[in-house]
Design a binder for this molecule. Structure first.
Ligand code: ZN
Length: 256
Protein backbone atom coordinates (compact mmCIF):
# COMPACT_ATOMS: atom_id res chain seq x y z
CA UNK A 1 0.00 0.00 0.00
CA UNK A 2 1.20 3.50 -0.75
CA UNK A 3 1.85 5.88 2.13
CA UNK A 4 -1.21 8.03 1.37
CA UNK A 5 -3.39 4.90 1.24
CA UNK A 6 -2.10 3.87 4.65
CA UNK A 7 -2.92 7.31 6.03
CA UNK A 8 -6.37 7.20 4.43
CA UNK A 9 -6.98 3.75 5.91
CA UNK A 10 -5.88 4.91 9.37
CA UNK A 11 -8.09 7.98 9.15
CA UNK A 12 -11.11 5.87 8.16
CA UNK A 13 -10.48 3.45 11.01
CA UNK A 14 -10.20 6.36 13.42
CA UNK A 15 -13.52 7.79 12.20
CA UNK A 16 -15.22 4.40 12.46
CA UNK A 17 -13.88 3.92 15.96
CA UNK A 18 -15.14 7.33 17.09
CA UNK A 19 -18.53 6.80 15.50
CA UNK A 20 -18.97 3.33 16.97
CA UNK A 21 -17.96 4.57 20.39
CA UNK A 22 -20.44 7.42 20.20
CA UNK A 23 -23.53 5.51 19.09
CA UNK A 24 -22.94 1.87 20.07
CA UNK A 25 -23.16 -1.43 18.16
CA UNK A 26 -26.93 -1.23 17.77
CA UNK A 27 -26.46 1.69 15.38
CA UNK A 28 -22.99 1.33 13.93
CA UNK A 29 -20.71 -1.68 13.98
CA UNK A 30 -17.30 -1.98 12.34
CA UNK A 31 -15.63 -4.55 14.57
CA UNK A 32 -16.62 -6.87 17.37
CA UNK A 33 -15.62 -7.00 21.02
CA UNK A 34 -11.96 -7.79 21.58
CA UNK A 35 -13.10 -10.07 24.40
CA UNK A 36 -15.21 -12.19 22.04
CA UNK A 37 -12.37 -14.53 21.05
CA UNK A 38 -14.20 -14.76 17.74
CA UNK A 39 -14.17 -13.27 14.26
CA UNK A 40 -17.16 -12.54 12.05
CA UNK A 41 -17.24 -13.42 8.36
CA UNK A 42 -19.52 -11.24 6.26
CA UNK A 43 -20.33 -11.77 2.59
CA UNK A 44 -21.67 -9.06 0.30
CA UNK A 45 -23.31 -8.80 -3.12
CA UNK A 46 -25.17 -12.12 -3.26
CA UNK A 47 -27.11 -14.19 -3.56
CA UNK A 48 -25.37 -15.74 -6.54
CA UNK A 49 -27.04 -18.87 -7.96
CA UNK A 50 -23.70 -20.66 -8.39
CA UNK A 51 -21.13 -19.30 -5.95
CA UNK A 52 -23.36 -18.78 -2.90
CA UNK A 53 -24.56 -22.43 -2.66
CA UNK A 54 -20.97 -23.65 -3.08
CA UNK A 55 -19.87 -21.32 -0.29
CA UNK A 56 -22.69 -22.64 1.89
CA UNK A 57 -21.41 -26.16 1.33
CA UNK A 58 -18.01 -25.13 2.72
CA UNK A 59 -19.46 -23.24 5.70
CA UNK A 60 -21.72 -26.19 6.47
CA UNK A 61 -18.85 -28.67 6.31
CA UNK A 62 -16.94 -26.64 8.91
CA UNK A 63 -20.05 -25.70 10.93
CA UNK A 64 -19.39 -21.99 10.60
CA UNK A 65 -22.18 -19.44 10.71
CA UNK A 66 -21.66 -16.23 8.76
CA UNK A 67 -23.57 -13.06 7.89
CA UNK A 68 -24.70 -12.19 4.35
CA UNK A 69 -25.59 -8.73 3.02
CA UNK A 70 -27.96 -9.38 0.16
CA UNK A 71 -28.81 -7.19 -2.81
CA UNK A 72 -32.59 -6.98 -3.15
CA UNK A 73 -32.70 -7.41 -6.93
CA UNK A 74 -30.59 -10.55 -6.72
CA UNK A 75 -32.61 -11.92 -3.81
CA UNK A 76 -35.75 -11.51 -5.92
CA UNK A 77 -34.09 -13.49 -8.70
CA UNK A 78 -32.81 -16.30 -6.46
CA UNK A 79 -35.27 -16.73 -3.58
CA UNK A 80 -34.33 -20.36 -2.97
CA UNK A 81 -30.74 -19.39 -2.24
CA UNK A 82 -31.97 -16.81 0.28
CA UNK A 83 -34.12 -19.40 2.01
CA UNK A 84 -31.24 -21.85 2.10
CA UNK A 85 -29.06 -19.22 3.80
CA UNK A 86 -31.60 -18.69 6.53
CA UNK A 87 -32.39 -22.38 6.92
CA UNK A 88 -28.68 -23.02 7.45
CA UNK A 89 -28.66 -20.60 10.38
CA UNK A 90 -26.78 -17.75 8.74
CA UNK A 91 -27.67 -14.13 9.43
CA UNK A 92 -28.96 -12.00 6.57
CA UNK A 93 -28.64 -8.26 6.13
CA UNK A 94 -29.66 -5.64 3.59
CA UNK A 95 -27.23 -4.32 0.94
CA UNK A 96 -29.70 -2.03 -0.92
CA UNK A 97 -31.94 -3.09 -3.78
CA UNK A 98 -29.84 -2.06 -6.79
CA UNK A 99 -26.31 -1.55 -5.46
CA UNK A 100 -25.99 1.60 -7.53
CA UNK A 101 -23.09 4.00 -7.33
CA UNK A 102 -23.55 5.92 -4.05
CA UNK A 103 -23.09 9.25 -5.84
CA UNK A 104 -26.28 8.56 -7.84
CA UNK A 105 -28.45 7.70 -4.84
CA UNK A 106 -29.91 10.31 -2.49
CA UNK A 107 -30.48 9.62 1.20
CA UNK A 108 -34.21 9.40 0.54
CA UNK A 109 -33.77 6.97 -2.36
CA UNK A 110 -31.37 4.84 -0.32
CA UNK A 111 -33.85 4.50 2.54
CA UNK A 112 -36.54 3.54 0.04
CA UNK A 113 -34.26 0.81 -1.34
CA UNK A 114 -33.63 -0.39 2.20
CA UNK A 115 -37.37 -0.57 2.87
CA UNK A 116 -38.00 -2.42 -0.41
CA UNK A 117 -35.25 -4.96 0.27
CA UNK A 118 -36.25 -5.39 3.89
CA UNK A 119 -39.84 -6.22 2.88
CA UNK A 120 -38.66 -8.62 0.20
CA UNK A 121 -36.37 -10.51 2.58
CA UNK A 122 -39.12 -10.69 5.20
CA UNK A 123 -41.54 -12.07 2.60
CA UNK A 124 -39.01 -14.66 1.44
CA UNK A 125 -37.79 -15.82 4.84
CA UNK A 126 -40.30 -14.73 7.47
CA UNK A 127 -37.46 -12.83 9.15
CA UNK A 128 -37.04 -9.08 9.17
CA UNK A 129 -33.53 -7.68 9.25
CA UNK A 130 -32.43 -4.21 10.31
CA UNK A 131 -28.78 -4.85 9.48
CA UNK A 132 -27.67 -2.67 6.59
CA UNK A 133 -24.35 -2.34 4.82
CA UNK A 134 -24.10 0.51 2.31
CA UNK A 135 -22.85 -0.39 -1.19
CA UNK A 136 -19.10 0.29 -1.37
CA UNK A 137 -19.31 1.23 2.29
CA UNK A 138 -20.10 4.77 1.20
CA UNK A 139 -21.97 6.97 3.65
CA UNK A 140 -22.73 10.62 4.22
CA UNK A 141 -23.99 12.25 7.38
CA UNK A 142 -27.40 12.70 5.73
CA UNK A 143 -27.57 9.04 4.74
CA UNK A 144 -26.43 7.85 8.14
CA UNK A 145 -29.05 9.98 9.88
CA UNK A 146 -31.77 8.78 7.51
CA UNK A 147 -30.78 5.15 8.02
CA UNK A 148 -30.89 5.53 11.79
CA UNK A 149 -34.29 7.20 11.60
CA UNK A 150 -35.39 4.14 9.63
CA UNK A 151 -34.19 1.92 12.47
CA UNK A 152 -31.17 0.44 10.70
CA UNK A 153 -28.00 -0.89 12.24
CA UNK A 154 -25.25 0.21 9.86
CA UNK A 155 -22.47 -2.35 9.51
CA UNK A 156 -18.99 -1.68 8.12
CA UNK A 157 -15.85 -3.77 8.62
CA UNK A 158 -12.30 -3.52 9.92
CA UNK A 159 -10.73 -6.14 7.64
CA UNK A 160 -11.03 -6.01 3.86
CA UNK A 161 -8.90 -8.45 1.86
CA UNK A 162 -10.31 -7.11 -1.42
CA UNK A 163 -11.35 -10.59 -2.55
CA UNK A 164 -13.61 -9.29 -5.32
CA UNK A 165 -10.62 -7.94 -7.21
CA UNK A 166 -8.01 -10.56 -6.42
CA UNK A 167 -7.40 -14.23 -7.05
CA UNK A 168 -7.73 -17.14 -4.65
CA UNK A 169 -3.94 -17.27 -4.43
CA UNK A 170 -3.68 -13.58 -3.54
CA UNK A 171 -6.48 -13.91 -1.00
CA UNK A 172 -4.81 -16.90 0.62
CA UNK A 173 -1.57 -14.94 0.85
CA UNK A 174 -3.42 -11.97 2.38
CA UNK A 175 -4.86 -14.14 5.14
CA UNK A 176 -1.49 -15.82 5.79
CA UNK A 177 0.15 -12.39 6.14
CA UNK A 178 -2.67 -10.99 8.29
CA UNK A 179 -4.24 -13.79 10.37
CA UNK A 180 -7.65 -12.67 11.71
CA UNK A 181 -7.63 -11.53 15.32
CA UNK A 182 -10.34 -11.53 17.97
CA UNK A 183 -13.08 -9.04 17.15
CA UNK A 184 -12.24 -8.82 13.45
CA UNK A 185 -15.19 -8.16 11.17
CA UNK A 186 -14.11 -9.38 7.74
CA UNK A 187 -15.56 -8.20 4.42
CA UNK A 188 -15.80 -10.88 1.72
CA UNK A 189 -18.04 -11.52 -1.29
CA UNK A 190 -20.17 -14.55 -2.10
CA UNK A 191 -20.60 -13.69 -5.77
CA UNK A 192 -16.97 -14.63 -6.41
CA UNK A 193 -15.33 -18.04 -5.84
CA UNK A 194 -12.16 -16.81 -4.12
CA UNK A 195 -13.37 -16.77 -0.52
CA UNK A 196 -14.86 -20.24 -0.83
CA UNK A 197 -11.57 -21.65 -2.08
CA UNK A 198 -9.43 -20.26 0.75
CA UNK A 199 -11.93 -20.62 3.60
CA UNK A 200 -10.92 -24.15 4.69
CA UNK A 201 -7.37 -23.04 5.47
CA UNK A 202 -8.59 -19.77 7.02
CA UNK A 203 -11.07 -21.59 9.27
CA UNK A 204 -8.47 -24.13 10.37
CA UNK A 205 -5.98 -21.34 11.09
CA UNK A 206 -8.54 -19.36 13.12
CA UNK A 207 -9.59 -22.38 15.16
CA UNK A 208 -6.00 -23.47 15.55
CA UNK A 209 -5.37 -20.18 17.38
CA UNK A 210 -8.29 -20.79 19.75
CA UNK A 211 -10.76 -18.43 18.06
CA UNK A 212 -14.30 -19.15 16.86
CA UNK A 213 -16.82 -17.58 14.51
CA UNK A 214 -19.53 -15.16 15.58
CA UNK A 215 -22.44 -13.70 13.64
CA UNK A 216 -23.62 -10.12 13.54
CA UNK A 217 -26.68 -11.18 15.51
CA UNK A 218 -24.39 -12.00 18.42
CA UNK A 219 -22.31 -8.84 18.13
CA UNK A 220 -25.27 -6.48 17.81
CA UNK A 221 -27.35 -8.21 20.48
CA UNK A 222 -30.04 -9.12 17.98
CA UNK A 223 -31.95 -12.40 18.35
CA UNK A 224 -30.09 -15.39 16.98
CA UNK A 225 -31.61 -17.23 14.03
CA UNK A 226 -33.81 -20.13 14.92
CA UNK A 227 -32.15 -23.48 15.38
CA UNK A 228 -33.30 -24.72 11.98
CA UNK A 229 -29.68 -24.29 10.90
CA UNK A 230 -28.86 -27.48 12.75
CA UNK A 231 -30.84 -29.35 10.16
CA UNK A 232 -28.37 -28.44 7.45
CA UNK A 233 -25.20 -27.92 9.42
CA UNK A 234 -25.77 -31.04 11.44
CA UNK A 235 -25.68 -31.42 15.21
CA UNK A 236 -25.12 -28.77 17.80
CA UNK A 237 -23.09 -25.84 16.61
CA UNK A 238 -19.66 -25.91 18.19
CA UNK A 239 -18.42 -23.35 20.68
CA UNK A 240 -20.63 -20.47 19.60
CA UNK A 241 -19.86 -17.58 21.89
CA UNK A 242 -22.62 -15.22 22.95
CA UNK A 243 -21.88 -12.04 22.73
CA UNK A 244 -36.01 -0.02 -12.19
CA UNK A 245 -35.23 -2.71 -14.02
CA UNK A 246 -31.71 -1.46 -13.92
CA UNK A 247 -29.52 -4.50 -13.80
CA UNK A 248 -27.35 -4.99 -10.78
CA UNK A 249 -24.00 -4.18 -12.24
CA UNK A 250 -21.68 -2.83 -9.59
CA UNK A 251 -19.42 -5.64 -8.44
CA UNK A 252 -16.26 -3.72 -7.79
CA UNK A 253 -13.99 -3.64 -4.85
CA UNK A 254 -15.32 -1.89 -1.80
CA UNK A 255 -13.06 0.65 -0.16
CA UNK A 256 -10.84 -0.35 2.73
ZN1 ZN B 1 -21.44 -4.46 -2.33
Amino acid sequence: MLANEVESSRWKKFLKSVLAGAVGPGRFLWRGPLSSQAICLTFDDGPDPTDTPRLLDVLGKYQVRASFFLIGARAAQHPNVVRRLVDAGHVIGNHSYWHNSPAKVSARALVEEVRQTRELLADLTGKATNLFRPPFGALTIAKLASLWRAGQTVVHWNRNPGDACSSAGMLDEWFRDRPPQTGDLVLLHDNHPHARIVLPSVIESVRGRGLEFATLAEWTGLPMPEACGKREIGGDLPRMRSTSGEEVRERGREPR
